[in-house]
Ligand binder design. Sequence first.
Ligand code: NAP
Length: 559
Amino acid sequence: MSNQQTDAKAAGAAKVDELDAVVIGAGFSGLYMLHRLRDELSMSVRVYETGDGVGGTWYWNRYPGARCDSESYIYCFSFSDELLQEWNWSGKYPEQPEILSYLNHVADRFDLRRDIQFSTRVTSALFREADNRWEIETDQGDRVSAQFLITAIGCISASNVPDIKGLDSFEGEWYHTGAWPHEPVDFNNKRVGIIGTGSSGVQSIPVIAERAGHLTVFQRTPQFTIPARHETVDQKFLEEVKANYDEIWHKARYSVGGIPADPVEVSALTVTAEERQAVYERGWAEGGFRFFFGTFGDIQVDRRANDTAAEFIRSKIRETVKDPEVAEKLLPTDHPFGSKRALIDTNYFETYNRDNVTLVDIRHNPIVEITSKGIRTEDGEYELDIIVFATGFDAMTGTFFKIDIRGRDGEALKDKWAEGPKTYLGLAAAGFPNMFMITGPGSPSVLSNMPVSIEQHVEWICDFIEHLREHDAEVAEAEREAEAAWVDHVNEAAEMTLFPLANSWYLGANIPGKPRVFMPYPGGVGNYREKCDEVAADGYEGFTLGAGRRGKRRTTRVS
Ligand code: NAP
């Protein structure tokens, strides 16, 4: 293995650096990938990162109220005991600045920055069949070649600003939650409009309402959301956690959603109405994902069971929101609870009791255009100083498509995925040898507590690379049959859930023209991990290993 650390720009554009691996992105995934490849496999690695700092999602999403829905003690890396023991979280649900500090600490602690090139966007990655290497170019004029290309680009990083007529004419300021400025936005006495009531909207609406002169919320789909019951971390709890981390992580790794929750087997339909109410009340009081995972075992798969949870939440909305007309507009009725991304909030429904907040139902009163002064809906114009787009992302595939990725025969990934992403295990794609995706489409990723899924992918990829080295195999490529079978399996698993019943970004439904395909793997992180382990134990079944050159491919498996 070469051990070249030359800076691409210092070396000049004409020189092509030869690396063992290029990693795209310096969020949770890219940081850990770099650490493992460089410090454990002694590979030469360069990470390219568009931002001028580490953090990925947590670098970009700085909107007011941004925090994680996973509890802090499990929203972190587990690979280093020392790191686990030395870091002290302050918030039960960590706020964006705290997570960003944590990731900066990780970068410093493991001396990662020296192999990350910041403020650099990868523009293309082409697989050269002649020598089985990836040729990578950036917007800063870098041109490097690498044996392995690893995408650590996140699942929700390509912001979606809807194409609404007139945005260019708006004379105020506008922002997207996913590309928030680094300087504070001054909402004081301003008339603010926000479009979108997903996770970002539900988190930012209560905070912006407290700061703004007036806030108008433009809501297309009412949401189910559960109170987070956020608080500062109880230090005694944290001490207990630290003493029991091995057990906690084991449970999380073999769970459904990557959190250490005990599975609940009881059906919502087999208990009495009083018992059901008591369980939901307890879940509501505990708050957060405990309501989702800790009440009944069938609310995610059985519509009738789900209806009972949905009706309970609707009753809470009616109870919380004082104006019955506003409450009615906030009631989610067109999709099952949890079929869009489950949300948790702090004072979301309470915010609609404020005098300075107006709710506009744009499903029945659609936005017609953005004017120089604000937003015009069918029933009139709302004058605004600031518009906030909390309108989400071109998720799971959008960030891939911003890079011109081409595999064998010059095939573009964008063409291969024109009818929806096709991957083997969400880790690799046929025709794209030696390219690995961390939390790619077809893996549990966004349906799980991300660090648990990220660590599993990074470790699996590293084990695979070691296996290739031990067997003198230069190239690994997913087989088309294995890929097709995995895509079928993901679809079948999705059909067994209630997810397909909502128009969600999981299905690409938020982006006009995007194929309606369920993208993450809904079979649970524990089952998924076992499948990946089986594939490895079986000599990386479903991959062809070998020299990889056309006509010389070894079709027998190396094991
Ligand atoms: P999102 O869930 O996709 O929500 C976007 C919102 O904008 C929805 O209410 C959507 O309405 C609305 N919208 C989109 N296009 C629109 C248009 N053209 N006109 C009017 N309304 C429009 O996006 P997000 O809230 O940014 O969250 C994305 C994901 O990021 C989350 O699901 C979650 O996985 C992650 N996230 C996590 C956290 C956390 O951990 N706390 C925080 C933020 C984000 P419809 O529902 O009708 O499409």
